[in-house]
Design a binder for this molecule. Structure first.
Ligand code: FAD
Length: 365
């Protein structure tokens, strides 16, 4: 990871992550600034004005952001996923225009999920209907990360016999965005319900690939999100390791540092194992991504599953080591504990990842 990018974000976040978590808001101008520097979607190639990081480099950068603030990392995941959707599905003109916007200050969110279509994306009922030179979008998306901040909404829906993704400006008539009032974690990530009521946009905003099977479109775009979340979980573990390690070195009970009590030391050892296991799984998946290897989808699902599970376990251990010092709700480990739990739910829950991994095993035998 280019060190100067990490240093830049460290400075931008400062000591604000706990405050953002408490207030449920990251300053909009900070997000715009990061977008305009290409930092929220750092894999966008240089030819479109992006930083052109590889998956391995962007992964390490994402982990760094995740170690500071999972809400910010979540916004980054959404922006990166939107950019990836445009890059992979869009035509040449869309790539130039829309990708350019996403590295010049505009912000984006991606909507797949609906009230009746969570794990089961095939139950999606949002429709994208051609009408002359326009398309008309109707439906409601739930729990959409970063939608509160977004200028552009990448909306997935049914289109003819297949599916499609359309980029809808958030201020288009018929779009309503309402915050999820009290999320468990990543509380400043701007999760929102998006209602689209007869929303009309030019057909040029329909990403190429319209009419492809919906599951194929979603899987392609989710792959980026899964990789990003996986690295974000590595960041959660690194933040927890640093905080719990420092505490165990300095806090004394029964006449010696906590870390010299073997049961506490064991928590630290397990936390290190979690961080290393998650890192290796992510490094492997990102290397496969950069090589465009055929097993990249499986490697990514595995990395996401391993990292999310390890982050949830590791954050719980870090709170245990810090006890009351970690029990303040905006302490780093308390935020990590709440944020990590959500990572087992999003971008393919742990169970859905297990189903996909088992399908991989069965298809090979
Ligand atoms: P359900 O699908 O109802 O599942 C409930 C439980 O049943 C889960 O444990 C699940 O694993 C299990 N389950 C379901 N089916 C199976 C099965 N076949 N086998 C075994 N177990 C199963 N969506 C977006 O489109 N964009 C976003 O940016 C976004 N951000 C999110 C951020 C947060 C913090 C959260 C909580 C959600 C977000 N979502 C987003 C929605 C997210 O993708 C869904 O919550 C997720 O897909 C799970 O769907 P669900 O909540 O409806 O749970």
């Amino acid at each position: 990871m280019p060190d100067q990018l990490a240093a830049e974000v460290t400075e931008l976040v400062g000591d604000q992550a706990g405050h953002w978590d408490r207030t449920g808001l990251i300053p909009h101008e900070l997000l715009r600034k990061m977008s305009a520097r290409g930092l929220l979607s750092a894999q966008v190639p240089g030819e479109y004005g992006g930083l052109g990081l590889s998956s391995v480099q962007n992964g390490e950068f994402t982990a760094h952001v995740g170690s500071l603030c999972s809400s910010l990392r979540s916004v980054m995941t959404s922006q990166g996923m939107a950019a990836w959707a445009v890059q992979r599905l869009g035509g040449a003109g869309q790539r130039t225009g829309l990708l350019g916007d996403l590295v010049e200050g505009r912000l984006a969110a991606v909507g797949f999920s609906e009230a009746e279509a969570g794990s089961d994306i095939s139950a999606m009922s949002t429709t994208i209907r051609p009408d002359g030179d326009d398309v008309v979008v109707n439906g409601t998306k739930v729990w959409i990360t970063a939608a509160h901040y977004a200028d552009e909404l990448v909306i997935f829906g049914r289109y003819a016999e297949g599916g499609a993704a359309v980029v809808v400006p958030a201020d288009t008539p018929g779009v309503t965005i309402e915050r999820v009032p009290d999320p468990l974690g990543c509380r400043a990530a701007g999760h929102s319900t998006i209602r689209l009521d007869g929303v009309r946009v030019p057909a040029t905003r329909l990403l190429g690939g319209a009419g492809m099977p919906l599951s194929m479109l979603v899987t392609l775009v989710l792959a980026y999100g899964r990789m990003s979340v996986a690295w974000g979980c590595v960041g959660i573990l690194r933040g927890c390791l640093a905080a719990a390690g420092a505490h165990a070195r300095t806090r004394r009970q029964f006449g010696k540092p906590l870390g010299e009590h073997q049961l506490v030391a064991r928590h630290l050892a397990e936390l290190l194992v979690s961080e290393q296991v998650a890192t290796r799984a992510c490094e492997h998946a990102s290397a496969r991504w950069d090589e465009n290897a055929p097993d990249v989808v499986t490697a990514t699902v595995l990395a996401k599953h391993v990292s999310a599970t390890q982050a949830a376990q590791g954050a719980a251990a870090a709170v245990q080591v810090m006890a009351s010092a970690g029990a303040d709700n905006s302490a780093l480990v308390a935020r990590a504990y709440r944020d990590a739990k959500l990572m087992e739910i999003i971008e393919g829950s742990s169970e859905l990842c297990q189903v996909m991994l088992a399908e991989h095993v069965l298809s090979d035998s």
